[in-house]
Design a protein around this ligand. Structure first.
Ligand code: ZN
Length: 411
C-alpha cells in the first residue's frame, strides 16, 4: 500500500479546515422540536464535493433525510463499514448558556462551545476529516466506508435509523459492522459501548374504593399505590446497592426504576377512584431474564390489586460480542492498542441508534473519542476541546485503517 506522511504545513491546513467544518456544522441549528434538515443536507453536499465522494440522500419518511457519503474500497464486494452519526440535537435553554449555543465560540482555553459539540456533530465531522486525511495520504482501504448522517435520533429514531434499517436502500449498503456514538469520559479512559439497556414504561393503574376524605375505607387507590410503590422502591434500593458493592459496575449493569409521573384525584377531601403511577424502567441486555422481570412486576401488581400497562416495552437486544468471534472488534482493539488508548467497555445507560442497527444483527461499537472531558451531553454549555477534537480525527484514522482492511475469516 502506497502512503505518504503529511508535511507540517499540510497537517496545519487540515487541522484548520477540520475546525472550520466542525464550527460550521455546529452553527446549523438542527435542534428539536421540528428540525429542518435542509441546511445539514446542503452542508454535507459541500463536504462530499470537497472530498470528491458520491453522496446519496434517501428519505423513507418525507422531511427526514438519511444522507450517505461513500468511499468505495478496493474490494467492494466485502461487507462494508458504516460510520453513523445523527444530525439532530436536543433543545437548549439559551439563558443558561455562557456562550450562544449555535455560535460555536472558541474560548481562551481553546474549547468549542455549542449544542452538539459532544453529542454528536463532533463524531460526524471526525469521520469526514479522517477520510480526508486518508485520501491525502494516498491510503486506500479494502472495505467500502459509508458515512451516514441520520435524523431524529434524539426522539427515538422512529423516522430515522429505525425505519432506514428496514429498507432495501440499507440492505444494499451491505453493512458488516457499524461505529456509532459513545460518550465523553471525565478520566483518561475512553468509554466504549457494546450494548444498550431496553426501556420499559410501566403505567400502573391503581383503582380503589372512592369516598369521603373523613372516612377510613378499605381497598383505597392510595393503599394499593403504596403497596406497589414499596415493592418498586425496595427493588430500586437493591439495584443501587449493587453499584455500591461492585465499584467497577456502571448504570448499564443494573436495572433502573424511577417514579416519573403520578396523577389522579379530583379534590382534596375526596378519596379518588383511581391513581396512575408511571415508572421509567431500563433493563440490561444480559444477565437479566426479562420474562422473569415481567413476571415479578405482574406478581407485585397482583398482590397490590392493580394492573399495569406498558406504553413503551422495548425488546431486549443482544449486545455486540467483544471477543475473537467478532473480526471487527479484534481490528478495532488492535488499532486502539497501537494508539495506546485505554478503553472501558460497558453497556450504554441510555438509548441510541445503535440499538436499531444491532436489532437486525449487525455488530455496533459505540465510541466517541473524547476523554478527560466532563460529560455534557444534553447539558448547558456543552463543549469540546479543540485538541481533543483533532486528536479524535487521528484516532479514527487509525481505527479506519485497521477496521477498513480487516479480512473475512476464512473457513
Ligand atoms: Zn447522540
Amino acid at each position: 500500500m502506497f502512503s505518504r506522511q503529511l508535511s507540517a504545513n499540510q497537517k496545519a491546513d487540515l487541522d484548520s479546515q477540520a475546525i472550520n467544518n466542525f464550527r460550521a456544522y455546529l452553527q446549523i441549528p438542527s435542534v428539536h422540536p421540528n428540525v429542518n434538515y435542509d441546511a445539514c443536507i446542503k452542508f454535507l453536499e459541500n463536504q462530499a464535493k470537497s472530498l470528491n465522494l458520491p453522496i446519496t440522500i434517501v428519505s423513507p419518511v418525507p422531511q427526514k433525510p438519511i444522507v450517505i457519503l461513500t468511499r468505495v474500497g478496493t474490494e467492494p464486494t466485502l461487507p462494508t463499514i458504516l460510520l453513523n452519526s445523527h444530525m439532530d440535537v436536543v433543545p437548549v435553554f439559551e439563558e443558561k448558556w455562557a456562550h450562544k449555543p449555535f455560535s460555536a465560540d472558541i474560548d481562551e482555553h481553546n474549547n468549542i462551545y455549542a449544542r452538539g459539540s459532544q453529542d454528536m456533530k463532533c463524531v460526524g465531522i471526525q469521520y469526514l476529516e479522517a477520510v480526508r486525511r486518508l485520501k491525502k495520504r494516498g491510503i486506500t482501504l479494502k472495505r467500502t466506508l459509508h458515512l451516514s448522517f441520520v435524523p431524529d435520533e434524539e426522539i427515538g429514531g422512529f423516522d430515522g435509523m429505525k425505519r432506514f434499517v428496514r429498507t432495501k436502500d440499507f440492505q444494499d449498503l451491505n453493512v458488516g459492522a457499524a461505529l456509532d456514538e459513545g460518550m465523553a469520559s471525565p478520566t483518561d479512559e475512553f468509554a466504549l459501548f457494546y450494548g444498550e439497556r431496553c426501556v420499559w414504561h410501566l403505567k400502573i393503574h391503581c383503582s380503589g374504593r372512592p369516598g369521603h376524605g373523613s372516612l377510613l375505607l378499605d381497598n383505597t387507590a392510595g393503599e394499593k399505590a403504596t403497596h406497589i410503590l414499596n415493592k418498586l422502591f425496595a427493588f430500586r434500593n437493591q439495584e443501587k446497592q449493587k453499584l455500591v458493592d461492585n465499584p467497577s459496575w456502571t448504570l448499564g449493569d443494573v436495572t433502573t426504576v424511577n417514579l416519573t409521573q403520578i396523577s389522579g384525584g379530583v379534590q382534596a377531601n375526596v378519596v379518588p377512584p383511581e391513581l396512575l403511577i408511571t415508572f421509567d424502567c431500563r433493563i440490561p441486555p444480559e444477565h437479566v431474564n426479562i420474562a422473569t422481570w415481567e413476571e415479578t412486576v405482574n406478581q407485585w401488581c397482583k398482590e397490590a390489586g392493580v394492573w399495569v400497562e406498558y406504553p413503551v416495552k422495548q425488546p431486549q437486544i443482544l449486545p455486540t460480542k467483544l471477543d475473537n468471534s467478532n473480526i471487527y472488534w479484534v481490528a478495532f482493539k488492535k488499532s486502539t492498542d497501537k494508539l495506546g488508548l485505554k478503553l472501558k467497555p460497558q453497556i450504554f445507560p441510555g438509548a441510541t441508534d445503535s440499538r436499531n442497527i444491532r436489532e437486525i444483527g449487525i455488530p455496533v461499537i459505540g465510541f466517541s473519542p473524547i476523554n478527560n472531558t466532563p460529560i455534557l451531553l444534553d447539558d448547558h454549555d456543552e463543549y469540546l476541546g479543540v485538541e481533543t477534537f483533532l486528536k479524535g480525527i487521528e484516532i479514527y484514522c487509525g481505527i479506519l485503517i485497521s477496521v477498513g482492511n480487516v479480512e473475512e475469516r476464512s473457513g
